[in-house]
Design a protein around this ligand. Sequence first.
Ligand code: PLP
Length: 401
Amino acid sequence: MIRRTDFPILNKKIKGQPLVYFDNASTAQKSRPVIEAVSNFYQNDNANVHRGLNPLADEATKKYESVRNLVADFIGAKKEEIIFTSGATAGVNLVARSWGEANLRAGDIVVLSIAEHHANIVPWLQLQKKIGIKLEYIPLEADGSWDLLAAKKLLNKRRVRLLAVSQVSNVLGIINPVAQLTKLAKQKGIVTLIDAAQSVAHLKIDVKKIACDFLVFSGHKLGGPTGIGILYGRQELLLATPPFMGGGDMISFVKSDSFGVSDLPYKFEAGTPNIAGVVGLGAALKYLESVGYNSIHKQEQGLTIYFLQKIKKLKAVKIFGTAKAKLPIFALTINGIHPHDAADILGQAGIILRAGHHCAQPLHDYLGVPATLRASLSFYNTKKEIDYFVSKLAELIKAFK
Ligand SMILES: Cc1ncc(COP(=O)(O)O)c(C=O)c1O
């Protein structure tokens, strides 16, 4: 069941106006169980994990590892396949530095979509510079969905080694048919990486159904703390991949002139992890499951349809990404008003939006606009909030005429 009252921050007022939080694609708000889990960990259980041999460390380790099991069940993976990272960005970088550097050679092709977040572009540009790999981008249809014909053509190129794409664009909100491409990639021996940073808070993820080799997401976008994320890797691939970070916890032994690598998943978790973050992530996953993806989907689809109906009445507004399979993430431009001005002025009315390129500059170049105004909603948002946003935007358009 959806209970808005579970989110204390939603009671906040900004300049005397109720907070209308429409920046969920940036980071989602935290429910009370998540806030309490993190606070409780620091108040009652704080200790380092895996190294204690004392009751407090044992308890912290138990809590930490129980979340690994939870995440594994949550996405249909084995616990050895779940690596705790600091977020989606760290996950993509880990794949690029560990798997990429060990397996990619000059001239090999990595296929991305033009709608990727910088987190899934820059690590590959870095390898382009370092190794000489080539990047190819899947273009989009006019409605923001992938041009599947072009995508299939790209995957037919002989030197393609990796397909790395997001399940949902953080700008357009379009739900991409990732399983169609991973299936094709598999037939061709192409490794696949799915960026689920935006999708995981809205759609049930099953790595077996997506049939990908790697998948990344961040805890904070699904209501968990910042600084914690997940890299899923298929066991066989992770076993064959060398770690790129060295230090405590990832070793089986260290001598003055050599070291041995630990078992999965620890070989990719060097150093003291974000233990309280892991505990908070566990609480966030349990919370999402208690609300239920069916309720979330139903509510969010209702909000998407309502938002599009209402915004259509404002003739000065152009929406990017209108394909039917869409989450409530809306990028728009307004005739005669810069997105930054709109975000600033609407912010004074308590409406929290984001303006800019949203870490997707190649997409904005492709769309031919330097910046957009983004409203991104979650299941705890309401139609009343959409009405308020649309009325304030209408006032703004009138004032700028
Ligand atoms: C699609 C997508 N990928 C990756 C990221 C990076 O996530 P983080 O900054 O949590 O590492 C984001 C963040 O906005 C995103 O939207």
